[in-house]
Write a protein that binds this ligand. Structure first.
Ligand code: GRF
Length: 196
């Protein structure tokens, strides 16, 4: 299976995914694609020997479908079977999702269905949660809504700040996403739950 990974920032999840796709793993990374030229993940992808490119979203300001057409066209060149959104910070419309649905995964830093959207760690702390975590799900047109393929949980500790909690969750993201991708690439969509 051919996997393309979409990133916006440093790409630590992308690195974990790329490093997991070795040996008898059913998938290989064929492209890392960012929405800006200065995404740190592009440098890290090239260091790992993976083709990396970007489609800048800014020239398409206000015309989201046009940006998504450019993104789609670039992806088709790599002929991926699976898309992994990994710290990809652009909302994708129904138009794009419908062309990849069933073959597109995302990782979200909360225990969905709790805390869809942004600033999940601060919101969990404000709500007094004693547990938090991350979720890998299939991408559907509804933001952070699709079928859950895996979750990993972490404790919220006394004195936690959003940054401390985010770091604890990120560690689990790097375990969960590769575990889910390995199964998904082998055709297994059964849900997994990792304890910290
Ligand atoms: C992190 O906040 C992570 O929780 C979320 O996207 C952000 C960047 O991740 N998935 P990455 O280091 O670019 O993979």
């Amino acid at each position: 299976r051919r996997v393309a990974i979409l990133v916006s920032g440093g790409g630590s999840n992308m690195v974990a995914l790329v490093k997991s796709m070795t040996g008898d793993h059913p998938a290989r990374p064929v492209l890392v694609l960012a929405n800006s030229a200065d995404a740190g993940g592009l440098v890290r992808a090239r260091e790992l020997g993976v083709e990396a490119d970007h489609v800048d979203h800014r020239p398409f300001k206000g015309d989201r479908p046009a940006f998504e057409d450019a993104l789609h066209a670039r992806l088709l060149q790599a002929e991926p079977d699976i898309l992994c959104l990994a710290g990809f910070m652009r909302v994708l419309t129904e138009g794009f999702v419908s062309r990849w649905q069933g073959r597109m995964l995302n990782i979200h830093p909360s225990l969905l269905p709790k805390y869809r959207g942004l600033h999940t760690h601060a919101r969990a702390l404000e709500a007094g949660e004693t547990e938090h975590g991350c979720t890998v799900h299939e991408v559907t047109p509804e933001l952070d809504e699709g079928p859950i393929l895996g979750q990993a949980r972490v404790p919220v500790l006394p004195g936690d700040t959003p940054d401390l909690l985010a770091a604890r969750v990120l560690e689990q993201e790097h375990r969960l996403y590769p575990a889910v991708l390995r199964r998904f690439a082998a055709g297994d969509r059964s849900r997994i739950d990792l304890a910290a």
